[in-house]
Structure formats: C-alpha cells, structure tokens
Ligand binder design. Structure first.
Ligand code: ACM
Length: 784
C-alpha cells in the first residue's frame, strides 16, 4: 500500500509465515446457515416486493431480448453461460420481434425508454414468465445478476447439478445505482497476478454490479504493460532483482534475493479488456507519472533528471526519482500513451500524480530553467505544468485524465477528475472547483489495511478498516451543495499489493469488504442497514464457497465495541449469525457453552484477558474475540484535548486514551491517536481526589512513516484544575519502536492530571518527509 506517511520501511509480509495463518480458518469451515428468506441480494436493490409463487425454469427455455436495448449483445451469452451448465438445460437466445409481448415461460428483456439510466432495470418474476425492462445492456446484465442471486446458490456451479427443480421466487424489483462510478482498483505492479485472476477479479466486481476496474499497471517496483515502441520497459522494467519481505511491525525486513517480475502482453490486455466489456466493466489503465516511475527510469534513464544508476525498486515506499519534464520525456510518454489509448477503449486514463518527491527537480538545472521560462513559482506548479501537458495530449486522443489528489497542488488541469485518497479533502476541493471527483479515502476504501485486529491476520502495512466501516461509507461529504455533490461520481476500493503476493491473498483482503462498498455505492442511502447486510452476507458466503472465492470470515466472529465513559469501561458484543448465542470469560480461560452467557454490555473492573465467541447448536462459529485489558485509575474517566487528533487513524476520539486497552505496534490499529504538527496536550479529570503515584503514556516512533517521539514530556497534577504541580519532565527515548514514558513519584492527591507531549513539529532535512509536519502517536495514558 501507499499511504500518506509512507516510506514504510518497517512493514510487510513474509508470505510463507502468513500463508498458513491466512487459510487456517478453513479447518473450521462454517456450515452455511442459510436463512429462509429467498431474497438475499447483494447489493440490496432499491425496491423489492416479494410475491407468492415461483417461476419454473424449463428444459428447453428461451431468453428473449428486445434489439432496441442499447449495447445488449453481451448480456444473453453471459446468462446462457451461467444457466445452462448448472441446470443442464438448453436455454437458447432469441431476438424479440417488434410488437411482440413477453412470451409465456420465457425470460424476456424488453426495451423501456422511460428507464433513462442505462444501468437501471425493473424485474417482474411471475409464475409463468420473467420480464426485465431496461434501456441499456448494463441494466439487463444487472438484472441477470439479481436473477442469479434469486435462484438456488448451486446455479453458480459450472457443472450439472442433478435432481434440482430450478425456480425463481416471484418478485417485483425496481433497481438503479446510487452512483455511476463503482470501482475497484488492483495494483499489479508491486505483485503481478495471472490473466485468469484478473478475469476473476472482474467477475467478482460484476457479480456486485461494480462497473469500473482501475488497473494500476506501472510503479517503482515493476512496469507491467507491453509497449512495443519501448521494449526495455518490459525486458528491464518488468523485473526486480529481489524483494524486501516484511513479517511484523517490530522486525526489520529480510531481503529475498529471488528475482521477481513479468508483464501483460498487448494480447493479454486485449483479452482482459474484452472480458471486462462482456461484463459491462470499463477498465481505466493507470500509467504513473511523474513519480512512482523507477521501473520506467531503470529501463530508460535518459528520462530522469539525474545521471545516476537506477534499478527497479525492491523496497516499498516513495523514491526520489521522477520523470524529468523535458521535451524528450514528453515525447516518450506520449508515445507510450498512444499505445495505451489504443488498447483501452474507455474515456479515462489515470496518470497517477501522487507522492512526487520534488528533490530531483529542485537539483535540476533543466527543471529550474523551465520553471523560469514558464513563470512557475515552485515545483508544485511544475508538476501542474507536467500534468496539464499530458492532459492536453490525451485530449487529442479523446481521453480525459484522472489523477490522485496531489494533482490539485499547483493548479488543476482543465478537465481533470480527482481521485481523493488522502481523506476526502481533495474530492471536496475538486467538486468546489467544478471538477469531478472519485472518493477513495484510506480509512474507508483501502482494502490493503487490516480488516481485523486479530494477531493471526496476515501482515498489512498499517491501519484498520473493518467491513462495517466500509459499509458505513457515504461518498458525499458534508458541506457540499447539490451542484458540487453531483461532481462526486462515486467511490472505489483500492488494493495495493506490496504484501499480497498471490491471488488468494487478494481475495481474502477484498472479500467481503468489496460487497460492503458495492452496497454503499448501489443501494439508496436510506435503505442501508448493516444488520440486514450482514444477514444477507451469511447466505452470500455460500455463493462464495461455490465460486471458490477466498473470503475473510470475520463477519462470523463476535464483534465488540469498547465503551469508556462515566468512569467505566465496558464491552458491548454482537453477532450477525441468526440465533447464535454469545458466551464470554473475563479471566483468560477458554470460552465454552459453559461460560457466562452474554446478555448486556459487560463492565470491565479488573485487568485480564476478556474472551468471547459465538455458538450455534453448541458449536463455536468463527474466531474468538480476545482482548487484554489493563485497568488503571483513569480508565473510563473524562479527558479533554487542546489539539484534536487526525480522524484518519482514530475517528473514535480521545476516550480511546483511557479505555484500558494499550495500542499495538500498528499505529493504525484503532487505539492510537495521531497528531500532525501539534502537541498532545491533555487534561484528565478523575472526578474526585485520588492518590496518584505513577503516570505513563505510550507512543510510537517510526521515522520512515514520519512518526516521531515527543521531544519532551511533562506530567503535572492538581486538586483544583488551576494550580498544577509538575511531577515529571523528561526527554523520551526517540529510537524507532513502540515506547512508553513511565514516571513514578511520591504519592500525590490529584483530581486533575495534565499530560503534555511536545511534537517535533517539522521533520528535519535528510529524513523521509523532510519539511512536512511530524506525526506524534499516543495511546493509553495509564494512571496508577
Ligand atoms: C496512494 O495510495 N498513494 C494513491
């Protein structure tokens, strides 16, 4: 992944170590518990009315299409390719003659000009016929996805299922997407995935009515698209001599000397583009510039600013090299784009634009001369000049550009669409400038982040984005008026693959989060309901079992919310499994049906390991919830902060500092509060005078990710909140790692405790992120 801080040198994956963990959950394969409700569709249709009765499929049935449906031609073969193998029936396709009505026993697709959205459809399943109304092939295709999900799950087998009577429950559905852009991204530069998997990826999108595949084809660690005019891009740029492998947040990486690489030929790409078209998925190719270009520059160093030896990247993070904005570089990039635009028929080309370190441009006489000539006041404006030139060229090819939100810096190109990844601010700024935007904020849409905090999760760069958080995402930020909001085209799940080195791993990371995002983008906002989604997902997982999709099963686990308020810490548990019972223990012992039954939030009164699990018919379902609590005198009490933390790392707020849970060495585990360029300055109110003899705070140091130790820490106590006595000050350990500053002192009476941890403020030259505000990450404030 790439994330705002990142040169992330201390993270990642040792595949062999984590692979076992990744698939371990298979041993406890959950038996499908399929609710009776036959209308279990993901994403939830806009309107669905169940009716009595069933339509029976026939051995020699017919699918009939009205030729006026625009671009319908891919829909009938798709339906036949799923229906016939599993049923063993011989459905055929017929064209409806003008003036014909939908025939008895047929599955008919009728043109309806009143349905103006080409992705929308109305579906009527009656006991003697099925009628779909739509105006476009995409609408017909989405009706097909709905029809398949209305049928027995075994329709997804590609072999004949014996002894089934194939039916569809009667229903009327009116359906249309909330957003026009429903995207998934896949980074094939950091790791390469076979053509067959890229096709499966597109299938998984199509099943959930997603329509745009953002294909990240070039980056520092590999160039993956054949360009005939520049063969070295793939003979040199597609291969790296090894890879840094990361296993934990605490251990340094190990260099794996195995050469790694490969690329997609133009024939592969044409086959994938065709496959996507047949599923109404548009592909947006991403050709990264001017940064993230190491692989290209290793192949053709003459397009770099500095005359130096350049190798394809073997580590993650951001490198200094960038394309040098000279005329010969523009010619080179235009030649590449000529071939790219011929391969991809969609209207957009993504040109990257993110994380460009400007150091090489600052040192380069060519760049400085160009800036003078063009009256560009700084390197941001030079980047803007670069992107504008590329946009101008792509316009001559009838293409529009998309770029990551850094393309706002120095001025947006005239027709650029902004992909907002560093939060939503970029998308908001674009919309306010009358530009389109696509939302991909890290804390909702980065599927390379952890989806569970269980220690057995495969390594991820950082952070925590559980499926419920993805589901809660509303791409329209507050504060936009109607015209501005109309510029938010939709959202996209991003899948950076630094640590995902095979397809199973990718599937595990995207599912079921992709389903949650698909529903957030398709279903009307007022119909979004996580409990209902969860119950549909229990059924949907059975479809995944048949389709051999390797999904994560955390939704089956007990979920827990830790509350820390009114002087008390408590744990609230819930489960999505229908009729499951939750049991728990507070002493670290194993959870069994003989443990305490959960009925209401459990107050945590002493330190220890809390465990909980779901049981159904006496058997455990899913994994245990396990949480160590370290209770102390300030657990659950009130805390006030002078400066607010970033909502990216902890949307929950300050009470996480006093919830009895100490953050792990993953600064994005949801426990840590991150302060960018400001001090951590807190006052704790214990409610009454208490004997206090020790104070400790935890902090993280990770300089590569721009996270620094406090330069100074001060603790003070007070009985009246006005007059404070300092009990400790010191300069804490600034070396990288998970640290704490613990002070012991002679007992003091105190109601108020002031904690000040002073931020480094600005990162010094020569370090990653030099010149930017430093981050300070603090978790539990422990009072003894
Ligand atoms: C990004 O994650 N650097 C777009």
């Amino acid at each position: 992944m790439r994330s705002r801080f990142i040169t992330i040198v201390t993270i990642a994956l040792c595949y062999t170590a984590t692979q076992a963990q990744l698939f371990k959950s298979k041993d406890k394969e959950v038996k499908p518990i399929i609710p009776e409700n036959a209308y279990q569709i993901v994403p939830q249709p806009a309107s669905l009315t169940p009716l009595k009765g069933k339509f029976h499929l026939l051995e020699n049935g017919k699918i009939v299409f009205d030729g006026r449906i625009k671009d319908y031609k891919f829909a009938p073969p798709y339906l036949l390719s799923v229906l016939n193998p599993a049923t063993g029936y011989k459905y055929t396709f017929d064209k409806m003659q003008q003036g014909d009505s939908p025939g008895k026993n047929d599955i008919s697709f009728v043109y309806d000009k009143t349905i103006t959205n080409r992705e929308a459809y109305n579906l009527e399943v009656k006991d003697d016929r099925v009628i779909v109304k739509c105006s476009g092939g995409a609408g017909a295709f989405y009706a097909i996805q709905t029809l398949l999900q209305l049928m027995d799950d075994s329709i997804y087998y590609q072999k004949k299922i014996l002894g089934k009577i194939w039916t569809i429950p009667c229903v009327t559905i009116q359906d249309a997407p909330r957003f026009g852009y429903r995207g998934m991204h896949l980074d094939c530069a950091r790791h390469l995935f076979p053509v067959s998997f890229v096709k499966k990826y597109i299938d998984m999108m199509a099943m959930h009515k997603m329509n745009t595949f953002h294909w990240h084809l070039t980056d520092d660690q590999g160039w993956r698209i054949e360009i005939k005019k520049y063969p070295k891009l793939t003979t040199v740029g597609a291969f790296r001599k090894g890879t840094f492998q990361y296993t934990s947040h605490d251990l340094p990486p190990v260099f794996d000397k195995t050469p790694y690489g490969g690329f997609y030929t133009q024939a592969d790409i044409k086959a994938i583009v065709k496959y996507a078209q047949e599923r109404y998925v548009t592909i947006i190719p991403e050709i990264e510039m001017p940064g993230h270009a190491l692989a290209a520059l290793a192949s053709y160093p003459e397009y770099a600013c500095k005359d130096t030896v350049i190798e394809v990247g073997t580590n993650w993070g951001v490198y200094d090299e960038a394309f040098c904005p000279t005329e010969k570089t523009f010619t080179f990039l235009q030649d590449i784009l000529n071939e790219v635009t011929l391969l991809f028929p969609g209207k957009y080309v993504h040109i990257g634009g993110d994380e460009v370190l400007k150091s090489r441009w600052k040192e380069s006489t060519a760049c400085q001369d160009l800036m003078k000539r063009e009256k560009l006041k700084d390197e941001n404006e030079l980047q803007s000049y670069f992107i504008k030139r590329i946009e101008k060229y792509l316009v001559t090819k009838q293409k529009q550009i998309i770029g990551w939100d850094e393309i706002l810096d120095g001025g947006l190109s005239p027709n650029a669409t902004v992909m907002s990844w560093r939060g939503e601010e970029g998308g908001v700024a674009a919309a306010k400038q009358n530009h389109d935007a696509i939302m991909t904020p890290g804390n909702f849409c980065y599927f390379d982040h952890y989806q569970s905090l269980s220690p057995s999760e495969p390594f991820a760069g950082c952070c925590y984005v559980p499926v419920s958080q993805v589901y809660s995402y509303d791409p329209i930020p507050k504060g936009l008026n109607e015209t501005e909001a109309a510029h938010i085209l939709g959202a996209q799940g991003n899948v950076w693959t630094e640590y995902m080195n095979n397809s199973n791993y990718v599937e595990y990371m995207i599912m079921p989060r992709q389903c949650a995002l698909a529903e957030a983008l398709w279903t009307p906002k007022e119909k979004m309901n996580y409990a209902d989604f969860s119950s549909r997902m229990v059924r949907h997982f059975n479809r995944f079992n048949i389709l051999k999709i390797n999904y994560a099963k955390h939704m089956m686990d007990v979920s827990a919310k830790i509350n820390s308020t009114a002087g008390k810490v408590s744990v609230e548990l819930s489960s999505v499994i229908p009729d499951a019972k939750i049991y728990y223990t507070s002493d670290g012992s194993a959870v069994t049906p003989g443990s305490t039954t959960y009925t209401e939030a459990v107050t945590i009164s002493k330190s220890g390991v809390f465990k909980a699990a779901n049981f159904k018919d006496g058997s455990k379902i899913g994994n245990d919830y396990v949480q160590q609590f370290n209770m102390h005198k300030a657990a659950g009490v009130d805390i006030k902060l002078t400066n607010q933390p970033s909502s990216t790392y902890n949307p929950g707020g300050a009470y996480f500092l006093l919830n009895g849970v100490e953050g792990s060495s993953n600064y994005g585990d949801g426990q840590w509060l991150g302060f960018s360029g400001v001090n951590f300055d807190a006052v704790i109110d214990l409610g009454s005078d208490v004997d206090v003899s020790g104070i400790k705070i935890n902090y993280i140091v990770k300089n590569d990710s721009w996270i620094y130790a406090p330069v100074k820490i001060t603790y003070s106590v007070s009985t009246d909140g006005v007059n404070y006595k300092e009990v400790y000050n010191g300069v804490p350990d600034a070396s990288n790692g998970l640290k704490n500053a613990a002070a012991k002192f002679a007992t003091e009476k105190a109601r108020y405790i002031k904690v000040l941890a002073e931020n480094t403020m600005i990162i010094a030259g020569g370090n990653a992120g030099a010149g930017n505000p430093a981050w300070l990450f603090v978790d539990e404030v422990v009072v003894e």
